[in-house]
Write a protein that binds this ligand. Structure first.
Ligand code: AMP
Ligand code: MG
Length: 369
């Protein structure tokens, strides 16, 4: 394939991914874009961390907006090099290579922050959030370019699970800067938390670089600075989990908030009428069958929003919801009453403070602008 051909193929892949995985979408109405201050929203899109990164910067000057967006994009690219599971030289791959040895391994600041948060969420979720499920998630292959259309052999899943003690032997040093991975630790897969962390970092570097009004959307993990085109908040639509061209309503997000969604419509295949998705139950190694279809979490840190949305999804409408409440995260959960039938009637519940961001979801669906 020539360079143009490759670029086109990549672009098509990116666009397909946007449709498939964007849990949340920035909503803008054309006329509102140029505000009284003369600022416009400039959007810069690129592909990284296996997903679409969209940086939106409000400015009167496109070149200035681009310079700011580049600062954010470089930060995400840097983190991609740390956490890329497909790059044998990434820190994550080197850590995975050190499994089986009791020797402590030094951690970068980024890895230390993400691993400590992942282990904390593992504990508070009663093990539902499992950062060492990588062997099993690799077998399912939802992050691979060539996707499966049938589930793996159940014996293969059981063998992988049986041979691993997952994260039980992971020991982080008291200062948090090194880890010893036990002899039977599973392959680390930080895919449920790292995008939220990267969105946090991107917001931080944007702020430091002087951006006032900006939004980072890394595959549906969103962080915001300042306000959007209406001068009040950033308006972000929550993807309808069963109607691709619809959203459930627009969240109003203000400075310092992050939002993440985990949904069974993001990466999945249907085989013999059954949906197999990418969020796995560590007890079985199979896609979680909690009845939850999507969870959207709003909180101060993207890292937390990302990990909590995944955890609440796996734990289900009762325990998952209780986890959101006990962790003081605001969340919206969409679920089916009968978890055996994935196309059953959709139901919802939200934590008491969620109505500040979205008073009531529209389960019929609102057309995307
Ligand atoms: P998210 O889309 O943030 O909910 O994260 C889903 C991704 O996290 C999957 O693609 C896997 O890489 C990984 N994952 C799957 N199941 C789990 C689990 N039980 N705990 C932690 N990470 C998981
Ligand atoms: Mg997550």
């Amino acid at each position: 394939m020539n360079v143009t051909g490759k670029f086109k193929a990549r672009l098509i892949a990116v666009l397909l991914l946007v449709v498939l995985i964007a849990g949340i979408r920035y909503l803008a109405s054309g006329n509102a874009e140029a505000s009284l201050s003369g600022e416009r929203t400039f959007s810069f899109d690129s592909f990284t961390m296996g997903t679409l990164l969209s940086v939106k910067v409000r400015s009167t000057d496109k070149d200035q907006a681009r310079r700011l967006a580049d600062v954010a994009r470089e930060e995400v690219a840097r983190l991609h090099r740390v956490f890329d599971p497909k790059d044998p030289d990434s820190e994550l791959s080197r850590l995975n290579g050190a499994r089986g040895s009791a020797e402590p391994v030094a951690l970068s600041e980024d890895m230390a922050a993400v691993l400590a948060a992942a282990m904390r969420v593992h504990t508070v979720s009663g093990g539902a959030f499992e950062p060492a499920l990588g062997d099993v998630s690799r077998l399912w292959g939802f992050s691979e370019e060539r996707r499966r259309d049938h589930p793996p052999d159940s014996a293969e899943i059981s063998t992988l699970l049986g041979a691993s003690c997952l994260s039980r032997e992971i020991k982080i040093s008291p200062d948090g800067r090194s880890v010893s991975l036990g002899a039977c630790t599973g392959r680390l897969d930080l895919g449920a938390i790292v995008k939220g962390y990267a969105a946090d970092r991107a917001v931080q570097v944007l702020r430091r670089a002087g951006a006032r009004n900006a939004l980072i959307d890394l595959g549906g993990e969103i962080g915001v600075l300042g306000v959007g085109s209406d001068g009040v908040s950033w308006r972000v639509g929550v993807q309808h989990p069963r109607k691709r061209d619809c959203h459930l309503g627009a969240l109003s997000l203000h400075e310092g908030l992050s939002v993440a969604t985990s949904g069974d419509y993001e990466r999945f295949f249907i085989d013999s009428g059954v949906r197999y998705h990418h969020i796995l139950d560590p007890l079985t190694g199979w896609p979680s069958r909690s009845g939850v279809v999507s969870v959207t979490v709003v909180t101060e840190y993207g890292l937390e929003a990302d990990a909590m949305s995944t955890s609440a999804f796996i734990l289900g409408p009762e325990k998952g919801f209780a986890l959101l409440e006990s962790e003081k995260c605001e969340g919206l959960m969409i679920y089916v009453g009968d978890s055996r039938t994935e196309d059953g009637k959709l139901l919802w519940k939200a934590t008491s403070g969620f109505s500040r961001y979205l008073p009531q979801p529209d389960l019929e669906g609102l057309p995307l602008p």
